[in-house]
Design a protein around this ligand. Structure first.
Ligand code: AMP
Ligand code: ZN
Length: 112
């Protein structure tokens, strides 16, 4: 997707702080971190949102990748939150599927 910023991140055309890469996935630091650890996990190929995923196996791989990334980032034991904002009411602003991995502080509930 020519105009997709996360496709450009995946292609190395936009700089990002990549923390993990492999198996068609990438984890990098959110540019506007909402927690001491705030990472984004994406498939390197374009999928607009959770609604557009046709391969359920991709979801499992992404979630496992997010878990492993959280462990590597040192927040696995204390805990973290994985969020997938989907479409306008979900608060999605970038239409390339991404999992937020948030940690390093206690998360609040309910979310805003
Ligand atoms: P969402 O609102 O769920 O679509 O999340 C999009 C996230 O992408 C936001 O938390 C942004 O701060 C983050 N973001 C946008 N552009 C970049 C970028 N170039 N590098 C890293 N994170 C970004
Ligand atoms: Zn994309």
């Amino acid at each position: 997707m020519a105009d997709c910023i996360f496709c450009k991140v995946a292609a190395g055309e936009i700089p990002a702080q990549v923390v993990r890469r492999g198996d068609g996935m990438l984890a990098f630091r959110d540019i506007h971190a909402q927690a001491p650890t705030h990472l984004l996990v994406i498939p390197t190929h374009h999928v607009a949102s959770l609604n557009d995923v046709t391969d359920a196996g991709l979801l499992g791989r992404l979630l496992a990748f997010a878990r492993d990334t959280a462990r590597e980032a040192g927040v696995g034991d204390r805990g973290y939150r994985v969020v997938v904002n989907t479409n306008p009411d979900g608060g999605q602003t970038v239409y390339h599927l991404h999992l937020h991995v948030l940690g390093g502080r206690p998360m609040e509930w309910p979310p805003g």
